[in-house]
Design a protein around this ligand. Structure first.
Ligand code: FES
Length: 138
């Protein structure tokens, strides 16, 4: 299928055997600087958050992104700040906006990892207050 952690410099698109050009978004999580890529529409759903959301991508590649509510837009533990490629995420709906505004360090480019669906290359940072969860593996 695809390797777990491929280098970030791989082309964003490739031709399938069918000749159809497939999108292969790259997702980078900071400050860990871990980059993962997948073929759009082919990522196995991990049952948390929206399919192909930042959380779904993280779970597929074994990268821990906290998700206390299981990805149902009911907490803010999956809060990330978009550093690049925000236009390559799904638009924020009212439910996500209402929830993410409650994040401890809500910022202009804040998103919920479980609700932001990846459409293209994107770089996000996990806020410092949430990194303890990451390092402790909660
Ligand atoms: S995991 Fe709770 S809102 Fe995203």
């Amino acid at each position: 299928m695809f390797s777990a952690r491929r280098a970030a410099f791989v082309s964003a698109k490739f031709s399938c055997r069918s000749g159809i050009i497939a999108e292969v978004p790259k997702v980078t999580f900071l400050p860990a600087n871990e980059t993962f890529e997948f073929e759009s529409g082919k990522l196995p759903y991990k049952d948390h958050g929206l399919p192909e959301s930042l959380l779904d991508v993280a779970m597929n590649f074994g990268f821990h992104l906290e998700h206390a509510c299981g990805g149902s837009c009911a907490c803010t533990t999956c809060h990330v700040v978009v550093k690049a490629g925000g236009a390559n995420l799904s638009e924020m709906d009212d439910d996500e906006l209402d929830r993410v505004e409650q994040a401890a360090d809500f910022q202009l480019h804040s998103r919920l990892g479980c609700q932001a669906v990846v459409k293209g290359d994107v770089t996000v940072s996990i806020p410092e207050w949430n990194r303890n969860y990451v390092s402790e593996g909660h």
